[in-house]
Design a protein around this ligand. Structure first.
Ligand SMILES: [Zn+2]
Length: 410
């Protein structure tokens, strides 16, 4: 694409305009089949469709991906992934990227160039088809061609400190006494084009985390003591930094990110709780943080334009206090949740999760369990089990705020 230079930019701009119009249409175009063929010299990937769709294709490196922006499609009639790798295509994922805008991401094993991308009208016994032709290329050539279309490149922020405003005093930790209800932000991990971990029965982590978040919101709402906000309340992708930004925008007093993991060994099970630390408590936690931090890459975000994180002494101070509070909360969580479900050994662990990096909001990440363990996957799919976890989480949140109030009494 980018090889075409200016022409591609113009085409991209035109396609964006077309997309903006068609995305408001009510009936979604449907995918009726997905096919891929390895022809040796090229690999062809085909979506069978019931009508023509606008599209835009670009590639991203590290890991190698082809990203196709499409209108929201009805995908119920077609398979949601490849059963095995075909040519350089390891697998593909489809999901909402933002409302009305869906994304198809092909994960590639090697540097691969998009030779052609086009929509074929009905003919030769087939209906509408979206076709991608892929050919092998060198890493250098791939790197030259790859990148976001110009309109998707994030604009540099004018004043770096504005990105993470930190007041001259440390944040007030006793919100209820000062501002009424404490604000809790619940962050269901993954979503949309990023399914997260995939369980033994095919259940997606993104669905488990959303169901759990809604259950927890209900439990917290019914206590009447909190204002509860979800970072996402639908099957949509949300970048890690946008989750943190949302927590800051609503003035959250506590950030709870929900996840569920998979590992190779099906016998491993148990819940674990993570708080932020530059140094991971163990190799497993470091690997997990690395995996969770890849969510943005999986959805086809190009992170090379992100400015490095701004730090100054105030952020450090606020962050250190937040980290201590997060750790205290994690301790309460482990105690309460241990009464309701199996725990992983060394339940409270530390690692560098990107989603826990709000400098002034105590933040924890709960890995609810292992979707690779059949028993645990089954439990997490059950509403009564999620309700038990939600009430344990609510008890620990109650305890956390009670302790803060006690500590801030003169
Ligand atoms: Zn996750």
């Amino acid at each position: 694409m980018a090889r075409l230079g200016k022409a591609a930019a113009v085409v991209a701009a035109v396609l964006t305009a077309v997309l903006a119009v068609s995305w408001t249409a009510s009936a979604k175009p449907a995918v009726t089949g997905v096919r891929a063929y390895d022809h040796g010299t090229k690999t062809r990937f085909v979506l069978d469709l019931n009508e023509s769709v606008p599209f835009r294709v670009f590639t991203l490196a590290d890991p190698y991906r082809v990203v196709v922006d499409l209108p929201e499609l009805d995908w119920t009639a077609a398979q949601a992934g490849l059963r095995k790798a075909i040519g350089p295509i390891r697998d593909f994922r489809y999901g909402l990227f933002k409302p009305g805008n869906a994304r198809l991401v092909l994960d590639l094993a090697d540097a691969t160039s998009v030779k052609k991308a086009f929509v074929l009208p009905p003919g030769e016994g087939a209906g509408w088809r979206f076709v991608l032709d892929l050919v092998g290329t060198s890493r250098d050539a791939f790197l030259r061609e790859q990148g976001l279309p110009p309109d998707l490149v994030p604009q540099p922020k004018p004043v770096p400190t504005a990105a993470i405003p930190v007041s001259m005093t440390l944040p007030d930790r006793n919100p209820r006494a000062v501002r009424g209800k404490a604000v809790i932000i619940i962050d269901p991990g993954h979503g949309g084009v990023d399914p997260g971990a995939i369980g033994v029965s095919g259940e997606y982590e993104k669905n488990i985390t959303l169901a759990m978040a809604r259950e927890l919101k209900q439990a917290l709402d019914s206590s009447g003591r909190y204002k509860v906000v979800l970072t996402r309340n639908s099957d949509v992708f949300l970048a890690l930094r946008d989750r943190v930004a949302k927590a800051r925008a609503v003035g959250a007093d506590l950030f709870v990110s929900l996840h569920a993991d998979t590992v190779r060994s099906p016998s491993v099970r148990g819940l674990s709780v993570y708080t932020l630390s530059e140094r991971a408590s163990d190799a497993e936690s470091a690997a997990l943080a690395e995996k969770e931090n890849k969510a943005d890459l999986i959805a086809g975000l190009d992170l090379s334009h992100e400015s490095p994180e701004v730090t100054n002494i105030l952020i450090d101070l606020a962050q250190r206090e937040s980290m201590n509070l997060s750790a205290a909360f994690a301790g309460d969580l482990v105690q309460e949740l241990g009464r309701e479900t199996a725990l992983l050994g060394n339940t409270h662990r530390f690692a560098g999760f990107a989603v826990l990096k709000a400098p002034d909001i105590p933040s924890v990440l709960v890995e609810l369990g292992y979707l690779s363990n059949p028993q645990e996957e089954r439990l997490l799919r059950r509403r009564d089990h999620r309700a038990k976890l939600a009430s344990a989480l609510t008890r620990s949140i109650d305890r956390y705020f009670a302790n803060i109030q006690r500590a801030s009494r003169p």
